[in-house]
Design a protein. Structure first.
Length: 136
């Protein structure tokens, strides 16, 4: 695997996370103290459990990686696709729940932008790695 592509993929992923965090924190300015407290209370359990699907997929990937009857390329594609679907699904779930709880539109817009930036970093990371793994 080309180290330059791996470095670019990793930097894109980390940049997506950092910029997303910044935008997410900035979006809180549209919320009052009561809304912030309600949001954290509403998503306390979700924040803990959201790692379970991602962790399960990664553990399955590692366990199946050396299985003789499983194609590594197929396993990698399925794993990355599943991780992207999980990330998109979790973001959508949170956004719709916030909307249902009637959070301010300005907050929802900035929250959505922060999630899109995070997902873009993940997609760039997965795309570049798949491009290297599957061949150009």
């Amino acid at each position: 695997m080309n180290r330059d592509v791996l470095l670019i993929a990793t930097l894109a992923f980390l940049a997506g996370i950092i910029v997303s965090r910044y935008l997410g924190e900035r979006s809180y300015r549209h919320l009052g103290d009561g809304q912030k407290a309600m949001m954290f209370a509403q998503f306390r359990r979700f924040r803990i459990w959201q790692l379970v699907p991602t962790g399960s997929v990664l553990i399955a990937f590692l366990l199946l990686l050396d299985h003789p009857s499983i194609n590594r390329r197929t396993l990698t594609v399925v794993t990355f696709a599943t991780l992207v679907v999980i990330a998109v699904g979790q973001s959508g779930y949170v956004w719709f729940r916030l909307k249902r709880l009637r959070f301010p539109l300005e907050f929802l817009r900035e929250f959505a932008v922060s999630r899109v930036v995070q997902l873009a970093g993940l997609l760039i990371f997965c795309s570049l790695l798949l491009w290297q793994i599957l061949g150009r």
